[in-house]
Design a protein around this ligand. Structure first.
Ligand SMILES: C[S@@+](CC[C@H](N)C(=O)[O-])C[C@H]1O[C@@H](n2cnc3c(N)ncnc32)[C@H](O)[C@@H]1O
Length: 434
């Protein structure tokens, strides 16, 4: 398993890398126990990569770029296991690390790996100490988060709230489902799942939403195959609830893959009217199709175009539009460790520019009197509140439509990540005047 872990980690090079896809591809045909171990090592190492590299730099007195990538990842997973997986004896971790150098035909590094890890064990306290007084650097190392993201969070939220957001990024993500059956009642679906042995807790924020404490193999159940429920997080479900399209309306979901929110909109519309689900990546449309099929959704038509390019033929065609744009993902760092590692100010600025282009176009596709929801799974103000200001300044016929959330009327909903409650999310609704 450690060999596969090193191979996967060697492939994680930039923000387009996807550890979950790599794991799913490589964890086929292995036992549940091995799969759990592999995931723990890969996610754990990635989640702590900046911290582990900080230790490795001190330990080996060598710049990270100078390392052979296999040797670097052997050191990373070994130090990760020593620090965070206390059930594995330290001597076994070092033996395995030395064996791995041979597996990868890098035997000449065996004594370097052996010596470095033994040195680490002798002086663990010194090597693990973060020696900087600079708060940004300290947070970036301790929570293994790109320093640009840390700086923006500190500017937006100050020290205490930033600390909470970064701490939550180290948690194992919770698992939430939305009841999606057209046939069975909520109680019936829940009772079926309980009979299968699943432990469920109802969310107090979004409707038909439950957290599953022990989700292993839940996607193999008959209930899942029949479309009685789907995997979706609270913020995502709330987005559909906020748009709340009426039956028989015409809806555009402009950035729709893999279709989680599309299916929720269709569910709320009881399969009436029409939903046009678009995504720029053609291969992702298959996922939307699969989801619609499993969830018995029948009113979705697929589109495949670049939403940043204006399409005159769509002008004033839609009653409702969902603009669930591509974003930095800073609200879901617990689910995607690549975001913590690689999101930089530069890439965030590129994303904001794309968000604005897409929104500027889709506003034109909305009928007068129509409603549009803009949402992101980010908590950064530059992608949320600042974009809202930009939208309102630019489109004078757009007005915010307040939404009721937790018994209060709000201009927008912002969720900061909290385990067993929700990921980070931002939702705002506008309507178009004549
Ligand atoms: C946040 S995800 C959407 C999630 C989706 N709404 C759901 O609930 O399942 C953003 C999507 O936008 C797509 N996208 C990115 N740039 C785009 C563009 N220029 N035009 C259309 N879609 C785009 C991505 O491929 C990605 O699938």
């Amino acid at each position: 398993m450690r060999k596969i872990a090193v191979e996967i980690l060697c492939e994680i090079k930039d923000e387009n890398s996807n550890s979950t896809n790599l794991l799913n591809k490589n964890a086929k045909n292995i036992s549940e126990l091995d799969s759990k171990f592999l995931r723990e090592i890969v996610y754990g190492t990635l989640e702590n990569r900046i911290y582990l590299d900080y230790i490795i730099k001190k330990l080996c007195k060598l710049r990270i770029k100078k390392f052979n990538p296999y040797i670097l990842n052997i050191l990373r997973i070994s130090i990760y296991q020593i620090l965070f997986m206390d059930k594995i004896p330290e001597f076994a971790i070092i033996n395995e690390a030395v064996n791995l150098t041979k597996t990868f035909k890098l035997k000449k590094f065996s004594s370097f790996v052996n010596g470095s890890l033994r040195n680490f064990l002798r002086n663990k306290e010194d090597f693990t100490k973060i020696e900087t007084e600079n708060l940004e650097e300290k947070f970036a190392i301790k929570y293994s988060t790109n320093i640009d993201v840390v700086k923006i969070l500190l500017e937006d939220y100050g020290k205490d709230e930033t600390l909470k957001i970064l701490e939550s990024s180290m948690d194992r993500p919770h698992f939430a489902i939305r009841i999606s059956s057209f046939e069975k009642s909520e109680e019936e679906v829940i009772s079926d799942l309980k009979n299968f042995g699943y432990k469920l807790k109802k969310s107090d924020i979004s409707k038909l939403t439950y957290f599953v404490e022990n989700p292993t193999n839940i996607l193999e159940t008959e209930s899942f195959r029949n479309g009685d429920f789907t995997v979706q997080d609270v913020g995502s479900i709330l987005t559909g609830e906020v748009l709340a399209p009426k039956e028989n309306s015409k809806v555009l979901d402009i950035c729709s893959a893999p279709g989680g929110k599309t299916c929720h909109l269709a569910f709320q519309m009881k399969n009436t009217g029409e939903i046009f689900a678009n995504d720029i990546v053609k291969s992702k449309l298959i996922k939307i199709e699969e989801n619609c099929k499993r969830l018995n959704i029948k009113n979705v038509k697929l589109l495949n175009f670049d939403a940043s390019v204006y399409k005159e033929e769509l002008k004033e065609q839609f009653d409702y539009i969902l603009c669930d744009v591509i974003c930095s993902g800073v609200g879901v760092m617990d689910r995607k460790p690549e975001i913590k590692l690689f999101r930089s100010r530069e890439t965030i600025e590129e994303i904001i520019s794309l968000q604005r282009k897409i929104f500027d176009n889709v506003v034109e596709y909305l009928k007068v009197g129509g409603e549009i929801v803009y949402s992101t799974c980010s908590v950064l103000k530059c992608e949320n509140e600042e974009n809202v200001k930009y939208f309102l300044d630019k489109h004078k016929n757009l007005k915010i439509k307040e939404v009721k959330f937790l018994e209060k009327e709000e201009k927008f909903i912002k969720l900061l990540p909290e385990k067993q409650k929700h990921n980070g999310f931002f939702i705002v609704k506008f309507y178009k005047e004549g």
